[in-house]
Write a protein that binds this ligand. Sequence first.
Ligand SMILES: NC(=O)c1ccc[n+]([C@@H]2O[C@H](COP(=O)([O-])OP(=O)(O)OC[C@H]3O[C@@H](n4cnc5c(N)ncnc54)[C@H](O)[C@@H]3O)[C@@H](O)[C@H]2O)c1
Length: 272
Amino acid sequence: MSHKLLKGKKGIIFGALDSKSIAWKVAEEAVANGAKIILTNAPIALRMGSINELATKCNSKVIAADATSVSDLENLFLTAMQDFDGKIDFVLHSIGMSVNVRKKRDYTNLNYDFLIKGLDVSAISFHKMLQVAFQLDAINDFGSVLALTYIAAQRTFPDYNDMAENKSYLESIARSFGYHYGKHNHVRINTISQSPTMTTAGSGVAGFDGFFEYADKMSPLGNASAEDCAKYCITLFSDYTKLVTMQNLFHDGGFSNTGVSKELIDILGKKK
Ligand SMILES: NC(=O)c1ccc[n+]([C@@H]2O[C@H](COP(=O)([O-])OP(=O)(O)OC[C@H]3O[C@@H](n4cnc5c(N)ncnc54)[C@H](O)[C@@H]3O)[C@@H](O)[C@H]2O)c1
């Protein structure tokens, strides 16, 4: 069911790799709600993923941009403004990658070149895209920018590795840039802290299935799906949330405020 919450709005969506990607669901939901969108991903992801299928479905253009490259981002925002014949209303940053996680390096044995690369891709890229948009004056007043994050920014999840620091940095950028962009032209910036979700990036974390099950059993409403995350993103892109900015918003079925659940106590109790 669509409420056309984004009727007349134009947005850029980063990070749709395949149909499991959270960004994929956001793209579908944005278009169903009346938005026009441009899809973007790193050149290698455009070759390996199935973004063209999504582009056809959403009647949208695909523009390659490595989110760590300022010149790629400048080209993306300038082309988008030309294509849309005006400024942009919303942007989704749905990008994450840790080379240390990929190469299975333990947190106590990190490779620092890998760490810097992962930080650039997962977090500094958010600052880069915001700075490019800010300097090009690419976003309309009360436009909305969202990035996706995970609760490992606040609490320790051992296998999340150096992605925990990347997410802390990402969330801090939302607050700091949110201040400046809010003052400048009322652009709002938030992060959504999403439940574990079965995607390519998600399943890359060691022991992800256990992680997923645990969170599901801890959350009174169960894990939030990618489809539900997309719906939440639409509300935050819409005019119904115009004064929400600089927040880290949990979309996790109640996980973040639950100490322990009855289901887990029952399971652990039976082991004795
Ligand atoms: N899956 C989960 O459990 C989960 C939970 C909370 C938050 N998140 C976050 O959601 C976001 C989306 O991840 P997902 O789970 O949909 O997985 P995904 O693998 O589908 O998406 C990650 C995307 O990042 C893109 N990317 C990587 N390097 C890039 C670069 N240099 N330039 C541009 N794009 C680049 C990939 O091509 C891919 O499209 C990430 O920030 C992730 O950390 C995921």
